[in-house]
Design a protein around this ligand. Structure first.
Ligand SMILES: NC(=O)c1ccc[n+]([C@@H]2O[C@H](COP(=O)([O-])OP(=O)(O)OC[C@H]3O[C@@H](n4cnc5c(N)ncnc54)[C@H](OP(=O)(O)O)[C@@H]3O)[C@@H](O)[C@H]2O)c1
Length: 263
């Protein structure tokens, strides 16, 4: 059940990357419930189709277009934007979820791994945004939400590559926000801590292994609310930032930390 009106994003065309993932699939559902035309992407076509079918099952009238693409590849990024715009017209909203973890403590960091993380989490995301921004600029309207992380706001043990890429996205978000608002386009970020997805659980388990404790002990000790964030909570925050209600929220990194990072 959505907390938003069923026509809150009517007429908007939103591109959701990382839509096969834990957070992205939930965001796609929330945005479909708000009446948006949605293009969903990820590399796994079967998972995309499954996800779109799941949405249509509960919302038979939902407009969902699927296009599988590796965002690390320039040609595939170009094709994605072209086919999305052919399906539903100019993209007016963009949610950048696609991201990977990787790297480790500095002694173990390998150049290849570091470049893989930076290439997707930063370079490819920025280049896709640049493509979509072209049509937003023509329309003099749009909103972009980058899913960064608390690791993009403060250091984390073993985060030399991942946190590095997310700090880069924070810098990108804040800088682009200043330029884009002059064109009527709002750019913000959502910065969650541990989210209850495969990626979030794997990262909490890594921390637990290092400390010789369990996942639930790590969660209790490091998050004042005592629990991981649900994907739906991230999705609802993204959805809010995409609506006109958030009209004067520009260049923010909205933390979802359960009280673990307060500043
Ligand atoms: N989970 C957490 O605790 C947490 C906390 C803070 C921030 N975040 C951030 O939130 C975002 C989503 O996280 P999640 O937990 O939902 O992770 P996830 O379930 O692993 O999803 C990652 C998504 O990225 C896509 N992806 C990976 N490589 C890609 C590529 N080369 N081209 C296109 N798509 C690609 C995956 O799709 P395919 O596999 O189909 O390609 C998948 O849809 C990430 O940016 C992550 O850094 C997560």
């Amino acid at each position: 059940m959505s907390i938003f009106a069923s026509d809150a994003l009517k007429g908007e065309h939103v591109l959701v990357t990382g839509a096969t993932g834990g957070i992205g699939s939930e965001t796609a559902k929330v945005l479909a419930e708000m009446g948006a035309l949605i293009t969903v992407t990820g590399r796994r076509e079967d998972k995309l189709n499954q996800m779109a079918a799941g949405i249509r099952e509960v919302m038979p009238d939902a407009d969902v277009f699927t296009h599988a693409a590796d965002l690390g590849n320039e040609e595939e990024r170009n094709k994605l934007v072209k086919s999305a715009e052919k399906a539903y017209g100019p993209i007016t909203l963009l949610v950048n979820h696609a991201g990977i973890s990787g790297g480790g403590p500095i002694e173990q960091l390998e150049q290849e791994d570091m470049e893989r993380v930076m290439h997707l989490n930063y370079t490819s995301t920025v280049l896709l945004t640049q493509l979509v921004y072209e049509s937003m600029k023509k329309q003099q309207k749009g909103a972009i939400v980058n899913v960064t992380s608390l690791s993009g706001l403060r250091g984390t043990y073993g985060g030399t590559a991942y946190a590095g890429s997310k700090f880069a996205m924070t810098g990108f978000t804040h800088s682009m926000a200043l330029e884009a608002i002059e064109q009527g386009v709002r750019v913000n970020a959502v910065s969650p801590g541990f989210v209850d997805t495969n990626m979030g659980r794997a990262s909490a388990e890594k921390k637990a292994d290092r400390q010789g404790s369990s996942l639930s002990e790590v969660v209790k000790a490091s998050i004042p609310s005592g629990r991981m964030t649900k994907s739906r909570e991230v999705a609802n925050t993204i959805a809010f930032l995409l609506t006109d209600v958030a009209e004067n929220i520009v260049g923010e990194s909205v933390k979802i930390s359960g009280g673990s990072v307060l500043r």
